[in-house]
Structures are given as C-alpha cells and as structure tokens.
Design a protein around this ligand. Sequence first.
Ligand code: FMN
Length: 187
Amino acid sequence: MNDTLTQLLNRSSMPRLAEPAPDTEQLNRILRAGLLAPDHAYLRPTRLTVVAGAARERLGELFVQAAEASGTPLAEDKRQKMRQNPLRAPTIIVAACCPQVHDKVPEIEQIASTAAAVSLMQTAIDAMGYGSMWRTGDMAYHPLVKEAFGLTENDHLLAFLYVGTPLGNAKNRDAFAWQDCVKPFAE
Ligand SMILES: Cc1cc2nc3c(=O)[nH]c(=O)nc-3n(C[C@H](O)[C@H](O)[C@H](O)COP(=O)(O)O)c2cc1C
C-alpha cells in the first residue's frame, strides 16, 4: 500500500496541537492543495485566512466580544476559556465559502467544494507530519465573527482548522464499522 493510502486509512483528527506549525512554504502548499479541491464551473467560492501568532489572541478577544454582544456578560471562567480557544494550536486556517449565484451550480455544491478543500488541507497537513482538527462551534456562525473575516450573511464560515504538531497518539481505527454506512442500490 502506498503512503497516501496508508495515511488516509488511518486518518485521525488531533485535538492537542503544539509548536512547531508548518512554516510559510509548507503552509502555502497546504493552502494550494486545498484550493485545488473539485470546484464546479470554477466559481472559486473558497476563501482561506491564516491566523497565527498574536493574531490568535485578537481572535480570542473577538470571540469574547461576539459571545457578549447580546448584552449578557460571560462568567469569568467562560470568558477565559473563550479567549484561550484560539491558542489551542499555533496556526488556524479559517475556511469560508462565498457562494455565487449560478444557474448550474447551486449553493450546496459550492459549500461541498469548500468542505473538500478543508479535507484536502487536512490530508496535506498529515502528509507533512503535522496534525489538524476541524472545529466550528457557535463562533463560526456569529455575525460579528463572520464580519471580521470579511464575510457577509450569505457566506459561510465552514471551519476553524487548527494546525500544529500533534501531541498524543492518533486513534486506532481497527474497530471502525465503515460497512454500516454502505448500502447497495436496490433496483
Ligand atoms: C463541519 C465540522 C465541524 C466540526 N466542529 C467541531 C467542533 O467544533 N468541535 C469538535 O470537537 N469537533 C468538531 N468536528 C469534528 C472533528 O473535526 C473530528 O472530525 C471528530 O472529532 C472525529 O474525529 P476524527 O476526524 O479523528 O474521526 C467538526 C467536524 C466537521 C466536519
């Protein structure tokens, strides 16, 4: 079995991620691999933003601001957790879909293209010996957060892709009952 297939058949999200993160050249290859995702009519709906270093702290502040925008302050422990969330990895790739109106390509296909981009980036990240975790949560859907990433209400923030060097081991996939999700087409 070749390395890519072995890697795919053992793929695992890595929730604990530390330094080092991919360097600039590696990151550019990861972004490029993602943006080569299948894309019906080449509408290029996917937008990627890299958040690293001190920008993660600004993102944490934005999360707190968004969470408190309704007027109810968070309890201090929740505020701290929210502020710390972006520090869970050295680099975060934010993936968004900005769907275009097109007579042959509905929005769902454009969202699917962005989701494929995230998955391909995860594969590229794994191939380089790093790890990643696809996260969303309430913040991915909050208008203030979307606005900060230049997104309108019609756009979708699909992923905070946390990237870094994995701590801990990948899951064992031996017991994965993938056959349960496969069914024949009955004529
Ligand atoms: C669109 C999307 C959003 C997700 N958001 C979260 C999240 O906010 N928090 C989380 O713990 N896992 C989230 N996950 C799941 C993890 O990325 C991961 O797939 C899951 O923990 C299972 O691990 P595995 O990928 O190793 O099978 C999300 C997955 C997808 C596809």
